[in-house]
Write a protein that binds this ligand. Structure first.
Ligand code: NAP
Length: 353
């Protein structure tokens, strides 16, 4: 599907009142989340990095406007995204207020609670106290009455799952979230969470696991449970935080910019695997980033690939992933063979509970 942006947002444009591109629904497919009524764009944008107070606000505005103009209707946040914690929600709230208010009904906005947010025993994890207080604070920061999806961000090994899922049920019943989800729960715990949610009538429709060519834990039982129970997945870090792009392939290893979040993963072995993957991508007529994104979407249980990006150019490159040719069996086997030696699963501890 070809798409020409109506205009390119330059420095001056970000100060003009925003009117969304009329063709915004022509660039991306929208995929059903499990057996729910929720649809997500094949590519969603996460605000974990690049939307904190350390990034100029105009750059953030350019990114969000451009994303929405290209059909990215889903923006993924959490209480602690920044830095500092909370600032991504505050900045996004300002963008909503100044640019996106007329489009609120088109947007799918998510937030989460579970990672460290404030001191004391209720500042993280999955207690009712933490989840309810955190969502209220997130709504205040974003200036919203409700989020579209609210997640339990990680497993709490101590709090009974009935309490955690009961808190998700409470926010739906209070009108503060339309759907709820869980993130990084194991296959076994997901099955229990679904059973509890079903007993309460809670719309638990989505799971957010880490998933990429270099991180396949979700295939070991989780996607099967989701498929069986009618939930969908949204795959976070499909680019392994930038490893699965040409970012680290250009120069020699000594001169290359080190990945800021996964430096220990950038071994010679990893680079060799990335180079081989890059060759496969080139043969397919796409970039490594595009192939990596498309790969996460080959199973329909994955409704969306949840990317990060620091520029409009990255966004455009990544969105074009949906135009790539379908994978054939031989390509998939070659990808498996060259990537099997590298595992980039930074969430392994919380994913295995
Ligand atoms: P990612 O898509 O794997 O990596 C994104 C980074 O890769 C970008 O910030 C950019 O790095 C680089 N990049 C992206 N496109 C590129 C391109 N075309 N060419 C070159 N480099 C490119 O995802 P992520 O940022 O790690 O995470 C994405 C989202 O997942 C987060 O924002 C968050 O919403 C969600 N998430 C959820 C959890 C959870 O526990 N549920 C955990 C982590 C993340 P630079 O910024 O350095 O340019």
């Amino acid at each position: 599907m070809s798409y020409e942006p109506r205009f390119s947002l330059g420095a001056a444009d970000v100060h003009r009142p925003y009117v969304a591109d009329e063709d915004r629904y022509s660039a991306l497919p929208y995929r059903q989340v499990g057996r729910s009524g929720l649809y997500l764009p094949a590519i969603s944008l996460g605000l974990w990095w690049n939307f904190g107070d350390n990034v100029p606000f105009d750059r953030q505005r350019r990114m969000i406007r451009h994303a929405f103009d290209r059909g990215i209707i889903h923006f993924d946040l959490a209480n602690n995204y920044g830095p500092p914690h909370g600032s991504a929600e505050t900045n996004f709230g300002r963008l909503l207020r100044e640019d996106l208010t007329p489009y609120r009904d088109e947007l799918i906005i998510s937030s989460k609670a579970g990672w460290d947010m404030w001191p004391g025993p209720h500042g993280d994890l999955g207690s009712r106290k933490h989840l309810l207080a955190s969502l209220d604070a997130s709504l205040t920061r974003m200036g919203l009455d409700y989020v579209d999806i609210f997640y339990s961000h990680r497993v709490d090994p101590v709090t009974p799952i009935e309490e955690t899922i009961g808190a998700l049920d409470a926010v739906v019943k209070a009108g503060k979230a339309q759907y709820v989800g869980i993130s990084s729960y194991s296959a076994e715990r997901t099955a229990v969470a679904v059973a509890v949610a079903r007993s309460l009538g809670t719309p638990l429709v989505i799971h957010q696991p880490s998933y990429s060519i270099l991180n396949r834990w979700a295939e070991d039982g989780l996607t099967g449970v989701l498929q069986q129970e009618g939930l969908g997945a949204i795959a976070f870090t499909p680019l392994a935080q930038g490893l699965l792009t040409d970012k680290y392939l250009v120069d020699g290893i000594g001169r290359r910019e080190q990945p800021r979040r996964v430096p220990e993963k950038l071994t010679e072995e990893a680079i060799a695997a990335l180079r081989s993957l890059n060759v496969i991508a080139q043969e397919r007529g796409q970039t490594l980033a595009q192939m990596a994104i498309q790969w996460t979407l080959r199973d329909p249980v994955v409704a969306s690939a949840l990317i990060g990006a620091s520029s409009v150019a990255q966004l455009d490159e990544n969105i074009a992933a949906v135009n790539g040719p379908a994978f054939d069996v031989e390509e998939l086997e070659r990808i498996d063979a060259v990537s099997s030696a590298v595992d980039v699963d930074l969430w392994a501890v919380s994913s295995r509970l």
